[in-house]
Each structure stands twice: as C-alpha cells, then as structure tokens.
Write a protein that binds this ligand. Structure first.
Ligand SMILES: Cc1cc2nc3c(=O)[nH]c(=O)nc-3n(C[C@H](O)[C@H](O)[C@H](O)COP(=O)(O)OP(=O)(O)OC[C@H]3O[C@@H](n4cnc5c(N)ncnc54)[C@H](O)[C@@H]3O)c2cc1C
Length: 490
C-alpha cells in the first residue's frame, strides 16, 4: 500500500436511494466513523436519474418508498423530479454532501487478509486518473441492474425496420413523438407509465404485450394523510401513521393474495373493468394466467392508463412478434402493426455488484458460489454487505432495516475488538439444501430469471434465507443473533 492511499472505515458504493440512506445511518448512528460514498454519475439519485422517459414516476407510495426518517408530504405516487428533490433535502439537511464524491467509479475490489482491508481501484472520471483507496467495510449500494443499457430481446428482422427503436432506460433527448405512431413493447410499470404520458401527443400509441399483467388502480391520494393534514398533525407523525397504515394494508393484501388468489384476481379485474368499462378488453388483455403477487402488481394512479385506452388514443394488443418489418412488426396472428417509433419496455440486465470484478486474497469471486447470510452478506466474503431491497414492497424499507443492522454490527465489532466479520456455514448448515436467490414460484420477473445464475444462493433455514418479506424481517433482522456461530469475527 502506497503512502498516498486514502483509507476510510466504511466505503459506500453508489448514491441512489440505498447509498444516501446508508450515509444517513452512518452519520446519525455511527459517530466518529470515517466514511465516503463513491458515485460514478455526476449527481445523486441512481435509478431516478438514469430513467428520463416521459412520465417517469414511482409505482410505490412515497410514505414507504421514502425513508422512515424524512416525512413525505406530497401525493403518494411521485415523479422522478419529486423523488430527487426529496433526496436533495435529505442530503442538505443532514450535511451528507461532504461525504459524497461524484464521478468516481469503483473498477476493482480486492480483499487482502494481510491488511484486513478492501483495496479498491477507483477511477476519477473528471481527470481519468485511477487511484487506490482502502476501506475496512464495503457497503454495496450499487443497485441491481446495469445503468448504461437496458435489455432488448433480439427479434428477427430488426435490422430492416426503418423507424427508430428506443429503450426507455436510454431515452434520447432528440426523440420527437408528436403526431407519430408509437408502439410500446411490454406491459409492466414502465409501459403503463409511458402510454398515458405520451398518448395525448402521439397520433396513436399501442401497447403490445405477450401476456397480460395485473394492475391495481386508485386515486393518487391518501385519505388518511389528507385527514391528518387537515387536523394540522405534524408531518413526522402523519408520515409514521400513514406509513403504518399502508404497510398493514399491503400485508393484508399479500396475505389475501396467497390465501385466496382467485378472490384477489376477481377484485383486481373488477377494478380494471370499472376503469375501462369494457368486459371484452378485460378478458382479452388484462386477465393474467399467473397468480396475483407472483410478479409485482403495477399501480396505475388515477386510472390514467385506462383513461387513455378508453379515449381511443391508446390501444392494447396481446400477441407475439414473429418478425420486424420495414414499417413495424408482424405478429404470430398474421396482423401487422405499423409504427414510426418502437419503444422496447422489456426490462433490465441484472448486474450484481455493479459489474465490479471482486477478488478475495487473489482469487476471483463468483457470487453464485456463495450462500447469503439473510440476503445481505455472503459466505467467504469478509466485511461486505449488499442492500438488495424488497421487490414486492418498497425497496427503501430494507435500506432502513439494513442501515440499523450495519450500525449494530459495527458496534458489536468495536465492542469485541474485531476488525473482520465473515459469514461461514456451521457444521449443522453443511448439508443444507441450497435454493436460488429468489424462488421462481414466489416471484419471477424476466430479468431475475435471466440472471439467476449470477446471483448468490440462499439456504433452507435461518440465517441463510433471503425471504424478501418485510413483515418477517422487521422482527428478525433487529433480533438477529450475531453470536450464533454463522458470523466469524476476527
Ligand atoms: C423505472 C424504475 C422504477 C422503479 N420504481 C420503484 C418503486 O416505485 N418502488 C420500489 O420499491 N422500487 C422501484 N424501483 C426499483 C429501484 O431501482 C429501487 O427502488 C431503488 O431506486 C434502487 O436504489 P439503489 O440506490 O439501491 O440503486 P440504484 O438506484 O440503481 O443506484 C445505484 C447507484 O450506484 C451507482 N454505481 C453503480 N456501480 C457503481 C460503481 N462501480 N462505482 C460507483 N458508483 C456505482 C450508480 O451509478 C447508481 O447511481 C424502480 C426501478 C426502476 C428502474
């Protein structure tokens, strides 16, 4: 290690919602800890900076998608601009800005047992120079997908299409859709956002889906929050009360979906039917064949997607692409859809650990060879935690839970005089059957199915499970026994 090498106690990778949340926890609950947040973009926000397509907004409510410590005072579903404003306030109010270094990309991470530190190769994108930094603990907040490129399947004939093909993740500044025929391939939250946002300006916009998705629709307002505000209840109380109510409602919803999927299906379809006013369309395009909750149920605020369809400015086609043509796509049914622009709302490339090559004492790390400790740490990987949030609840709920956990872990290590913590399977865990990071039957979006071979495995019992269950983890994580032998301290 050269004398110029900078060392910090904790290094946080990424300044998205997870990294800014991590910085808040370190600032408030780990006094005296030297930490830095390294972010390759030139600003904070991660997902909410990368995605710039028309209408970009959350599909979770911001009472739970916001942090537990910073009241949300707007409508539940927020635009990217509103989310970034909220994050900017968190950074300013807590003096986090001095810890964040923008335009710094971590390009390599090596754990060395002789120094008991992570050695990081960091590129300063402003100068192009590479510097080495070391840290005692790596808090990975780099998200879960590649930011530079979205996932576009390859269809026959794409090269001969004469219009423009655009992925929502890399939205071009010069795209003009006014008066054009636009085709959106996909039926998830992104398509459901884009279509009402563009419908007023296009000649016509069509959503082409291979199979239907569940949608839930309601007013973009929260009645309880409105009542509490009219009573001049302080914002912090309103935030906490509304958050608890939403969490309770969501948990009841999830339980009901598991207990009686048919009843839940009927309830969801009735909502769409009421908004669309067209039984046949519901049957043809909005009746999925999977169970509600096997995939995230996309939320449509104020029924805007259905209003666009009802007005005739947007339509839905359920079919499969056989080939692209010069003017659009030809479907398996033989029908042809013509379009000036085709938008592929077809998802992400999963990218665990931000594509950073990792080594442990000179050996390359393949995350798939590891078993996770509570969906946050990994066998044989010292002093590292990854924030992988909830997929069916708000991501940020886990940011806060893991923030508390890291601070507790650091206190525990300090009290023991330990500098290294590494998860290891105990004798009783050696014969445990291992399962995928997320079980397909519980939740199976395409990007996870495509990338599961890149992800760590989980075990069949605690502390080796990755439950994706906030209700369970809000109890088990704070109570997790740090002395049960599954974490080795040195
Ligand atoms: C369009 C869209 C809408 C979504 N809506 C919701 C929603 O409503 N509710 C919900 O719960 N979830 C939603 N999600 C999931 C969402 O990604 C998370 O909720 C959350 O924003 C992720 O935050 P993050 O900080 O963990 O990761 P990200 O937002 O991905 O941020 C990671 C940051 O790390 C930086 N980084 C990565 N690698 C490196 C490196 N090597 N060096 C330096 N910096 C690096 C990136 O530049 C980025 O800024 C949505 C996702 C998308 C794509």
């Amino acid at each position: 290690m050269s004398r110029q090498t900078e060392h910090v106690d904790i290094l946080v990778v990424g300044a998205g919602l997870s990294g800014v949340g991590a910085a808040w926890h370190l600032r408030h609950h780990s006094a005296g800890t030297r930490f830095a947040v390294l972010e390759e973009k030139d600003t904070f926000g991660g997902t909410w900076v990368t995605h710039r397509y028309p209408g970009i907004r959350s599909d979770s409510d911001l009472y739970t998608f916001g942090y537990r410590f910073k009241p949300w005072v707007g409508a539940p579903i927020a635009t990217a601009v509103e989310i970034l404003k909220y994050m900017g306030q968190v950074i300013a109010e807590n003096d986090l800005g001095r810890h964040i270094r923008y335009r710094h990309r971590i390009e390599r991470a090596q754990w060395r047992s002789d120094t008991r530190r992570w050695h990081l190769q960091v590129r300063d994108l402003a100068t192009g120079n590479t510097v080495e930094m070391t840290c005692s603990f790596l808090w990975m907040c780099q998200g879960y997908y590649r930011h530079d490129q979205g996932y576009t399947p390859q269809w026959p004939g794409m090269a001969r299409y004469r219009g423009r093909i655009v992925h929502p993740q890399t939205w071009p500044d010069d795209l003009r859709h006014h008066g054009q025929r636009v085709l959106v391939i996909g039926s998830g939250a992104t398509a459901a956002t884009l279509i009402p946002a563009m419908a007023g300006e296009c000649a016509h916009i069509t959503m082409l889906q291979r199979s239907p998705t569940y949608f839930r629709t309601a007013r973009n307002a929260n009645d309880l929050a409105d009542v509490l505000r009219s009573l001049e209840v302080p914002d912090a109380w309103t935030h906490e009360i509304v958050r608890r109510k939403i969490l309770k409602d969501n948990s009841d919803f999830a339980r009901a979906a598991h207990r009686d999927p048919e009843a839940m299906k009927t309830l969801l379809l009735d909502g769409v039917r009421a908004a669309l006013g067209d039984d046949q369309a519901v049957q043809d395009h909005f009746t999925p064949c999977y169970r509600p909750w096997q995939q995230r149920v996309a939320f449509v605020p104020d029924a805007d997607l259905f209003k666009a369809i009802k007005s005739g400015r947007a339509s839905v086609v359920t079919d499969e692409i056989e080939t692209f043509t010069e003017e659009g796509v030809k479907l398996r049914s033989g029908r042809e859809l013509k379009a000036d622009t085709i938008i592929t709302a077809t998802g992400f490339h999963l990218s665990p650990f931000g594509g950073i090559p990792f080594e442990i004492d000179g050996r390359p790390l393949d995350l798939h060879d590891t078993v996770t400790w509570r969906g946050a740490m990994f066998t044989g990987v010292p002093n590292l935690l990854w924030v992988f949030g909830y997929l069916r609840a708000s991501w940020t709920l886990r940011v806060d839970l893991l923030g508390d956990f890291v601070c507790r872990l650091l206190d525990h290590m300090k009290a023991r005089g330990s500098t290294v913590v590494v998860p290891k399977l105990r004798m009783q865990d050696q014969t445990m059957a291992c399962k995928p990071w997320i079980e397909e039957d519980t939740f199976n979006p395409g990007y996870l199915a495509r990338g599961m071979h890149l992800m760590p495995k989980q075990g069949s019992h605690d502390p080796w499970r990755h439950t994706q269950d906030y209700e369970e983890e809000r109890v088990t994580l704070p109570a997790a026994d740090l002395a049960d032998g599954s974490l080795h301290f040195a």
